[in-house]
Design a protein around this ligand. Structure first.
Ligand code: P1T
Length: 384
């Protein structure tokens, strides 16, 4: 099945009791048993839910994996992955990872003895020198949040597997429509399904997909034993959002390409970060592993101050000032004070995340309106 067919049909069959074409919301915490231990495969809502099962089957198909395990948020999914490891183990992560992923590694799991190390993965070769006997997982985010660096998934997997290290790719910024990391050798893929997968900014949700039966078994155990499950209503909404994933992402990518080109030519803009620009340092890798370049664009200003960024952020009308991304509506954000505020400023600056960096999540509106909105906001600062 091709992608546009899978989003509609994978895991979804008409409800056998009514013929309802849409998967029902099984809003129940428990299931009646015929006699002790005799039931229809569903005993308790934390362990199993049919709406969640349909979504998990669908997501596994989209990522070309065999198993998907859903959680209450993207960070709950990462938390479940980190629970696979033990004190003394080391997780090697992309250095410009999402602020919340950085915080979970450095401010929660450090207490339990898990070591988080960070490296620039845009040169895959630099990873090998960082691998130690304790390294058990390489955490890849590509494109990265918010610098939109591209990491060569295949090259990282080859290096990691040579050393017996697992690889997990946070595929939130791409969505499975643009790239499928399991096909490139990754052991696990995770998403904040809050973003492109759901796509309508009305659910917080996360998932992990794998084709490794042992990892799947353990992650399923953690889902039930630690209990960070999503509710049935949220699973229904995500399943509904997925039906238009390919259409939404396609349009976001087209809009983002045009906005990146507009920003490149703007006199107030000093730098545009977008993997679809030929001058992007890893443009060739983006071309080889992604179907298109995504709907996220970051840019910096010649007037590189917090105040000038603030002026732009408070002068857009269609681009709403908000955290998050991947919805149908366009958002504008200030990573230094919003999504990445928990990362120390000196570490942020090392990766180019300045006080004037602005991040756009480009939605599916008419791009002429989006460009006009940005042009008006940019006109409020003086080019230097
Ligand atoms: O918000 P949650 O569903 O828990 O997902 C966390 C998460 C994980 N991975 C990546 C790459 C992310 O970008 C996020 C969440 N990011 C934002 C809220 C943001 O505005 O960047």
């Amino acid at each position: 099945m091709k992608f546009g067919t899978k989003v509609i049909h994978a895991g979804v069959t008409p409800d056998p009791s009514t013929g309802a074409i849409m998967t029902p919301i099984f809003q129940t915490s428990t299931y009646v048993q015929e006699s002790i231990g005799v039931h229809k495969g569903y005993a308790y809502g934390r362990s199993h839910n049919p709406t969640r099962s349909a979504l998990e089957t669908n997501l596994a198909a989209l990522e070309n994996g065999t198993d998907c395990i859903c959680y209450a948020s993207g960070l709950a999914a990462m938390d479940a992955i980190l629970k696979l490891f033990k004190p003394g183990d080391e997780i090697l992560s992309t250095n410009d990872v999402y602020g919340g992923s950085h915080r979970l590694l450095t401010k929660i799991y450090d207490v339990f003895g898990l070591k988080g190390s960070f490296v620039d993965m845009s040169e895959a070769a630099s990873i090998e020198a960082m691998i130690t006997d304790q390294t058990k997982l390489i955490w890849v985010e590509t494109p990265t949040n918010p610098m939109l660096n591209i990491i060569d998934i295949k090259a990282v997997c080859e290096i990691a597997h040579k050393h017996g290290v697992l690889v997990c790719v946070d595929n939130t910024f791409s969505s499975p429509y643009l790239q499928t990391p399991l096909d490139l050798g990754a052991d696990m893929v995770t998403h904040s399904a809050t973003k492109y997968i759901n796509g309508h900014s009305d659910v917080v949700h996360g998932c992990v997909i794998t084709s490794n039966p042992e990892l799947a078994k353990r992650l399923r155990f953690i889902q039930n034993a630690a209990g960070a499950i999503p509710g049935p209503m949220d699973c229904f909404l995500v399943l509904r959002g997925i039906k238009t994933l390919h259409l939404r992402v396609e349009r976001s990518c087209q809009n983002a390409e045009k906005i990146a080109a507009f920003l490149v030519d703007h006199p107030a803009v000093s730098k545009v970060y977008y993997p679809g620009l030929a001058e992007h340092p890893n443009y060739d890798i983006a071309v080889s592993q992604m179907r298109a370049f995504g709907g996220m664009v970051s840019f910096d200003l010649h007037a590189n101050s917090y105040e000038s960024a603030e002026k732009i952020l408070s002068n857009t009308h269609l681009f709403a000032l908000a955290e998050s991304l991947g919805g149908v509506e366009s958002l504008i954000g200030h990573p230094a004070s919003m999504t990445h505020a928990s990362i120390p400023r000196e570490d942020r600056l090392k990766v180019g995340l300045t006080d004037s960096l602005i991040r756009l999540s480009v939605g599916v509106e008419d791009v002429e309106d989006l460009i006009e909105d940005l042009a008006k906001a940019l006109a409020t600062i003086k080019p230097s």
